[in-house]
Design a protein around this ligand. Structure first.
Ligand SMILES: *Cc1c(COP(=O)(O)O)cnc(C)c1O
Length: 464
């Protein structure tokens, strides 16, 4: 007898109790399609000689298939990589105030481009431009999708078919294909490189200014540092030179934090306020790097230049939505109270978290990790670690931290890759890093409030 004739029909599987509850949860269409897929795959396998599965096995395959298919792709994870502003993990987690504002704006109509006082049409930039001016000392501000878009828009507006002078030491590439020369070309501007990789002088800029020059530009060398015999022209001198020639001086700050991080024991990172005070006419920076807000590109500067930028039709293509503006407004508002930033802005809190606090978290959580790894041929211990800020901010600085090192017993390194994969397969994936023969879990970004959740998730760990 043909074993395939024993396979249950689609209708029979759909009427099983376990499948009916899947239909209740996910709808008939998804479940029926999965039942058909599972039956087709089973038929093919049986034809190839695989044994005929019983009905319970088929039902469990359908369940697993539906669960995998309907699971959201953008899932929350535990970032134990040691990189706080991890671009691949969504950079800065938002402060609670911003989450609330975002949810409220998402749920209901809001005054996005509507002036509640007059009942007239408004401008979406007005949601944040006053706050941005207050916090940076600039005359005007506007917001686009990210800092790459901000740089592109400013070059396209002010330097199309003209020349932009930049130091050779600043022609950087940021991860994810942001390269200053490429952006410049796409924006229609001609790059004029001056100086050398390590040293650039004021006269290099002065000698390159000509009738086609649109502006002088400084790019913050975010993700690398040059040491040794180096020289860069101070911003105030560049600004003065630009202004003598009637040209704007613009700075791509990259990260750009609105507070002096040195006050929290972190290395100093230049702020937009310093750039404006130093004579810059336009400054661009990211919303989701050190600032700790949503992905956005912020442009602050003179009224005249910001007005020109806002008139560029590309501004419409690069604008942000209400969710971004709601979160950004809430985060910027927290910067009005710099004394409590380290408590309220999640990214700043994680960056300034004291090593002793991280180590005591490790002590509280070690038993749960050891329990999860029982029977796996590895050791797990608490170790001192160094976290990175990430997103190209302050690249050479490392923050003393603590966490776990999982090492194979014996020489079988492959077990680490299997544990790393099993941690990623948890209901809330745990993302660490493998370094020097150990799987490292840096606890800096695991907030105290998430510890119980972390234990619960670890309890699902399946030994590889
Ligand atoms: C990060 C960075 C960018 C790109 O910013 P995004 O917000 O990621 O688009 C551009 N310039 C510099 C100097 C940067 O550090």
């Amino acid at each position: 007898m043909n074993p395939l004739s024993q396979l249950p029909s689609v209708d029979r599987l759909l009427s099983a109790a376990a499948i009916a509850s899947l239909v209740e949860l996910h709808g008939r269409a998804v479940v029926t399609a999965m039942v058909r897929d599972v039956l087709a795959a089973t038929r093919a396998a049986v034809k190839d000689g695989a044994p005929l599965p019983d009905e319970a096995a088929l039902i469990s395959r359908v369940g697993a298939g539906v669960t995998a298919k309907t699971r959201p792709k953008l899932r929350p994870v535990f970032n134990l990589t040691g990189t706080v502003l991890h671009t691949n993990l969504g950079r800065a987690p938002l402060p609670e105030e911003a989450v609330q504002a975002l949810v409220a704006a998402a749920r209901s109509p809001c005054a996005l481009e509507y002036d509640i006082e007059t009942g007239g049409r408004g401008d979406r930039d007005n949601v944040v431009d006053e706050l941005l001016c207050e916090l940076t000392g600039a005359e005007a501000a506007t917001v686009v999708n990210n800092n790459a878009a901000a740089v592109f828009l400013l070059l396209n507006t002010l330097a199309q078919k003209k020349e932009v002078i930049v130091s050779r030491g600043e022609l950087i590439e940021i991860g994810g294909a942001f390269r200053v020369p490429d952006i410049m070309k796409r924006a229609g501007a001609k790059l004029v490189e001056v100086g050398t990789t390590n040293r650039t002088h004021l006269k290099d800029f002065g000698e390159s200014i000509g009738p086609r020059t649109a502006l002088l530009m400084k790019v913050h060398a975010s993700n690398y540092a040059i040491h040794g015999f180096t020289h860069a022209v101070p911003e105030a001198e560049l600004a003065a030179l630009a202004h003598r020639h009637g040209l704007p001086f613009v700075i791509d700050l990259g990260s750009g934090t609105l507070a002096d991080l040195a006050a929290y024991g972190l290395p100093h990172e230049p702020t937009p306020a310093e750039a404006i005070a130093g004579g810059a006419d336009l400054v661009t920076f990211s919303g989701d790097k050190l600032l700790g807000g949503p992905q956005a590109g912020l442009l602050v500067g003179t009224k005249e230049l910001i007005a020109k930028i806002k008139k560029n039709p590309l501004k419409r293509c690069l604008r942000v939505g209400k969710l971004t503006l709601a979160a950004l407004e809430a985060v910027l508002a927290l910067y009005r109270d710099p004394d409590r930033l380290h408590l309220r802005v999640t990214a700043v809190r994680q960056l300034t978290r004291p090593e002793v606090e991280i180590r005591s978290a490790a002590e509280r959580l070690l038993p749960a990790l050891v329990r999860a790894l029982a029977g796996v041929p590895v050791t797990a211990e608490i170790v001192a670690l160094k976290s990175q800020i990430g997103s190209g901010s302050l690249p050479v600085d490392r923050l003393p931290s603590a966490g776990f090192a999982i090492r194979p017993q014996g020489k079988k390194g492959g077990v680490l890759n299997r544990i790393e994969a099993a941690l990623r397969a948890l209901p809330k994936p745990v993302i660490g890093r493998i370094e020097d023969g150990a799987l490292l879990l840096d606890l800096r970004c695991l907030d105290n409030g998430d510890e119980q959740n972390f234990r619960d998730v670890l309890a699902h760990f399946q030994a590889p």
